[in-house]
Design a protein around this ligand. Structure first.
Ligand SMILES: Nc1ncnc2c1ncn2[C@@H]1O[C@H](COP(=O)(O)OP(=O)(O)O)[C@@H](O)[C@H]1O
Ligand SMILES: [Mg+2]
Length: 319
């Protein structure tokens, strides 16, 4: 297949995305595919080999059989680029418009999970300018902009007096803020792959120094370590895998997702679902599949097949 790998993007995760894009191109080439390197530049234009490319509705993307977006955060993981691919009429790897947008919004995501009976921390949504009462959550709490990523804007707050300031700072990123009760235990992540019949990988455990898994821990070399398999009970492991697949189905995900948890003994709480996680061979998503017997080139190859299958099926419906 001829695959257009789109990387870069307008979010703060531009550089991370370029590294993921390079790795995906390598994996696709190793799996025998032809690769096109498409850059989403910081200014919003798209280029190929330094030249701006034309995008026209219904005309595909440079003759590619599919697009493989490896973009994180705003304009990449939030449904917007997925909508663009729909309008171009090109199959694309990963989740569709709605699932992407839903998973970017921590409040909507949690509300949907609550309806599905998925165990998670207690939380409250705080809209800019509205009064709030967070007494029910206890202390400490985590204050977060609802639609960010990479731990940007997140604060752990241990005293009531510090709450208004933290909420105000979070509102500088987003008019919608979520405040969560603190979960105990360790952080465990699980990779999911598939469309209608999604499979869960071996879960892995995230270790880091410091108060929580913040931006520095995520992006400083050596700031975090992945332990596979996670040092959790057999019961917790089964729950992680079952909830990962359940959450994936509830949001209507496709292709891939990394699903993140807090695990304390046998208790498993869902934290979040990332529809386009970091994607180098040393990223958690790929490492968990590697440990589950699926090497990187086979993983990216599988995602291409899933994209084409999904596109063909969606186009078979009458609309
Ligand atoms: N409710 C919580 N209880 C305990 N730790 C939390 C909680 N929420 C967030 N954290 C810590 O903050 C990190 C980032 O939060 P997360 O909701 O995953 O945001 P992001 O989308 O930026 O990754 C988590 O990996 C964890 O270390
Ligand atoms: Mg996270």
């Amino acid at each position: 297949m001829r695959v257009a790998v789109v990387s870069g993007g307008r979010s703060s995760e531009h550089e991370v995305s370029l590294a993921s894009g390079e790795a995906v191109r390598g994996g696709l080439a190793a799996a025998g595919h032809e690769v096109l390197d498409v850059r989403a530049e910081r200014d919003g234009t798209w280029t190929h080999e330094g030249r701006e490319i034309d995008l026209r509705a219904g005309r595909g993307l440079m003759g590619a059989d599919l697009a493989f977006p490896v973009l994180h955060g705003a304009f990449g993981e939030d449904g917007t680029i997925q909508g663009l691919f729909e309008m171009l009429d090109v199959p694309y790897a990963g989740a569709g418009v709605l699932a992407s947008a839903l998973c970017m919004d921590k409040v909507l995501f949690k509300e949907l999970m609550a309806r599905g009976g998925v165990p998670q921390v207690d939380y409250a949504a705080v809209r800019d300018g509205e009064a709030f009462d967070l007494d029910g959550l206890g202390l400490p709490v985590f204050v977060k902009p609802a639609r960010m990523g990479s731990s940007v804007g997140i604060e752990k707050i241990s005293s009531d007096g510090d709450l208004p300031g933290a909420v105000r700072r979070a509102h500088e990123h987003d008019p919608l803020v979520i405040v969560e009760a603190m979960a105990s235990g360790i952080e465990v992540e699980c990779s999911v792959l598939g469309n209608d019949d999604p499979r869960a990988s071996e879960p892995g455990e995230i270790t880091y120094e410091g108060e929580f898994y913040d931006y520095e821990a995520k992006y400083t070399p050596g700031g975090m370590e992945l332990v596979v398999p996670a040092r959790i009970s057999a019961t917790a492991r089964e729950r992680v895998q079952a909830i990962a697949v359940e959450a994936y189905r509830l949001v209507g995900c496709a292709g891939l997702a990394r699903v993140d948890f807090f695990v304390d003994g046998d208790e498993v709480l869902l934290n979040e679902l990332n529809t386009m996680p970091g994607f180098t061979p040393t990223s958690v998503y790929a490492k968990l599949w590697e440990a589950s017997g699926l090497p990187y080139p086979e993983l990216v190859d599988r995602l291409c097949t899933l994209a084409v299958e999904r596109h063909a099926r969606e186009r078979a419906y009458r609309f």
